[in-house]
Design a protein around this ligand. Structure first.
Ligand code: FAD
Length: 427
């Protein structure tokens, strides 16, 4: 059993108890590299793999252990498209760009399926996603989204569910209906992450854990990154730090904000509990979204955000309450694990990709939608560096605003906004 606890996120995750996490060395001394990747989540590891495969000399440093960030602790749901509905993307950027972003997300999905299969990663991949309305008034919007996806985006794997169908598929009458998506799935994220680290190492990337970049400076057109162990001089740098990079760069701090999300795992449930009999994952219509699915050993992994302290006991209490709202017969169910992590969100809930200085790029802010997008964004970065196609430009062209409030007020303002939205979800 992996005894390591993440120093940057609360609680011990169910994944840690089911996945063997090999250790990677700490960096010692100073070095040079063509590309330095800072952050060893999906984005960073994927970038490292595809850079190494293209013959680029790449060094990746992770401040803690691989999997301590969001990529090893998340809900594992892949979803379809971007984090917000295509119609919402269209309202911001028009149809052509919205369609291009949708198509990239479909490629991201295909890439992940293919990558898992081609590299023999046992990631517990299972198919099916249910997106459900917690208020009746949202149903017309769900019905409309199915139409939009089919007719305007050419995506046929969705169908509208009325209350009865949703009830049967969920094993709960709590929701009023929604969308069934058979074209996407869910994974054990830590298994995927460990697989990525293995493939990165065998592809020739140099990987270091427990090596934190403290600061960087520019020197003769290069970046010199400073860690406690020594310095790394790099021609190019990718910051793949997502919601955990506070203080590294002002633009990242202003555009990507961490918010806590928490998950509880129940003990294995008997089939007679009737929870999600088809094995799909589920997310609901709350702004502060609730998301749940079953693990391969039949536990309910239930996520949401209501806990405001990082104590595991507090997370357990809140999650059990939320489980009981959906599955009243599970009100006394035992939670074997409760944990949290930081979701890196942006104002538009679309990724933040930016060239911060010549040769210095950041990719992050997947806003709770990074399982497939972060993996793909890493590959797109490698394509750009290797001088192939530049599909990352589609993300970089997005006009993601900074969070309001400046350095001092942006965190309290976001907290107030989240509290307001969570209240609105309940009213
Ligand atoms: C509880 C939870 C549930 C979620 N559920 C889902 C879901 O169901 N579906 C979905 O699509 N997405 C979900 N997400 C979001 C998803 O996990 C992220 O979008 C994705 O993992 C982002 O990957 P990343 O590589 O960009 O960032 P991360 O995985 O967060 O990796 C960033 C890494 O950078 C490292 N780092 C930071 N600063 C430094 C430094 N100075 N030096 C070195 N290293 C540094 C950190 O230690 C961290 O490991 C969830 C997130 C959480 C927390």
């Amino acid at each position: 059993m992996d005894q390591h606890l993440s120093p940057i996120a609360p609680g011990r995750s169910y994944y840690q108890d089911t996945v063997e996490r090999p250790r990677h060395p700490r960096m010692e001394g100073s070095r040079k590299t063509d590309v330095l990747v800072v952050g060893g989540g999906f984005t960073g590891l994927s970038a490292a793999i595809h850079l190494a495969r293209a013959g680029v000399d790449v060094t990746l440093v992770e401040a803690h252990r691989f999997g301590d960030g969001a990529s090893g602790r998340n809900g594992g749901q892949m979803g379809t498209g971007q984090r917000i509905w295509p119609g919402e993307v269209e309202a911001l950027y028009g149809f052509a760009r919205s369609k291009a972003l949708f198509d990239l997300a479909e490629e991201a999905k295909a890439h992940l399926f293919e990558f898992i299969a081609a590299n023999d990663i046992d990631a517990d991949l299972r198919m099916g996603q249910l997106s459900v309305a917690h208020k009746r008034k949202y149903l017309p919007e769900y019905r409309e989204q199915v139409e939009i996806l089919k007719t305007r985006y050419g995506y046929d794997s969705v169908s509208f569910m009325d209350g009865d169908e949703a009830g049967e598929r969920l094993g709960s009458r709590r929701y009023f209906g929604g969308i069934r998506d058979t074209g996407t799935g869910h994974v054990n994220p830590l298994k995927l992450l460990v697989g990525l680290a293995r493939v990165a190492a065998t592809s020739g990337a140099t990987l270091f854990e427990e090596t934190k970049i403290l600061s960087t400076r520019r020197e003769g057109g290069r970046t010199v990154a400073v860690s406690e162990a020594g310095e790394i001089a790099a021609e190019r740098v990718l910051y793949a730090v997502n919601g955990y990079g506070a203080g590294l760069d002002k633009a990242i701090d202003a555009h990507v904000m961490p918010i806590g999300s928490f998950i509880g795992a129940t003990e294995p449930l008997p089939e007679s509990a009737g929870v999600l009999p088809g094995g799909e994952a589920c997310d609901d219509s709350r702004f502060v979204v609730r998301y749940f699915r079953k693990s391969v050993d039949n536990r309910l992994l239930f996520g949401g955000r209501e806990a405001y302290t990082s104590e595991a006991g507090d997370i357990t209490r809140h999650i059990r309450k939320q489980i009981a709202e959906v599955y009243p017969h599970l009100k006394d169910v035992r939670l074997t694990h409760a944990w949290g992590g930081s979701v890196g969100i942006t104002m538009q809930r679309l990724p933040f990709v930016k060239t911060l200085a010549p040769g210095v790029t950041t990719i992050g802010g997947f806003s709770g939608h990074g399982v497939m997008l972060a993996n793909f964004a890493g590959r797109l970065y490698a394509e750009r560096v290797a001088g192939n196609r530049d599909r990352l430009a589609e993300f970089e062209a997005l006009d993601i605003p900074a969070f309001p409030g400046g350095q001092r007020l942006r965190a309290p303002l976001l907290f107030l906004a989240m509290t307001w939205f969570s209240l609105r979800d309940r009213l």
